[in-house]
Ligand binder design. Structure first.
Ligand SMILES: NC(=O)c1ccc[n+]([C@@H]2O[C@H](COP(=O)([O-])OP(=O)(O)OC[C@H]3O[C@@H](n4cnc5c(N)ncnc54)[C@H](OP(=O)(O)O)[C@@H]3O)[C@@H](O)[C@H]2O)c1
Length: 202
């Protein structure tokens, strides 16, 4: 049994990730802290230091956190770009940068990206761009991580549990059950893989 911190645990993807982590001791966190063990803001390194110090020893961090703005490229404002980049990209990189000071030898980080960098859709440019950046970050930084620490990304299509929110924007996409995405997170935490992007698509 590993101790796994799930950030974004109360979100749609966070709930899917938890389905694959049942055999572990899971500690939950999110920006609001609603329904979670801890509150954390991944855009604030001090907040991440406080979380990891409070938790103490842990073997894995799963990130299901990130906010994306949806608009066409021509109408997307600088604030919308910044909000998405700071949350989905820089926020998740912060988790790794700060987490390295605390995580156990042989531990793992698993980040969330998303299918739009592979299958673009209208209004999805900020999500697609930051998802592509996360996939690249994971593939490259894996070579630099010390102490046998691993890193991977889960890149899912829309999940059935979120179809109500995104379905109208995504004609022609086939949602997958959250439990299947949970399996991808499970593999990242429990296997020996590193520098991988696990695509979960129908
Ligand atoms: N839903 C899908 O089908 C799907 C598919 C592929 C990829 N993704 C990606 O997965 C990620 C999460 O999506 P979701 O659908 O699960 O969204 P969601 O239901 O809105 O959940 C977002 C989660 O992220 C947390 N969060 C947001 N900003 C944060 C911050 N600054 N610090 C800490 N936690 C923060 C939220 O915490 P609070 O609720 O406490 O604010 C919540 O737990 C996004 O990057 C999305 O693009 C989603």
């Amino acid at each position: 049994m590993k101790t796994v911190i799930v950030i974004g645990a109360n979100g749609k993807i966070g709930q899917a990730a938890m389905k694959g982590l049942g055999k572990h001791r899971v500690i939950t966190a999110s920006r609001s802290g609603n329904g979670c063990d801890h509150q954390v803001d991944i855009t604030d390194k001090a907040s991440l230091h406080a979380l990891f110090a409070k938790v103490g020893k842990f073997d894995a961090v799963v990130s299901a956190a990130g906010h994306c703005e949806y608009a066409s490229f021509e109408s997307m404002t600088d604030d919308q770009w910044q909000a998405t980049i700071q949350s989905k990209l820089v926020g998740q990189m912060n988790i790794v940068k700060v987490g390295l000071d605390y995580i156990e030898d042989g531990g793992s980080f698993t980040l969330i990206s998303g299918i739009l960098d592979i299958k673009p859709m209208p209004q999805g440019i900020a999500d697609a761009t930051t998802s592509g950046a996360i996939d690249t970050f994971v593939k490259c930084v894996a070579f630099e991580l010390p102490r046998g620490i691993r890193i991977n990304a889960v890149n899912p299509t829309v999940i059935e549990e979120a179809w109500e929110v995104y379905g109208e924007m995504m004609p022609g996409y086939q949602p997958v059950p959250g439990a299947l995405v949970g399996k991808a997170f499970e593999r990242c935490v429990d296997s020996f893989i590193t520098g991988q992007v696990i695509v979960v698509d129908a």
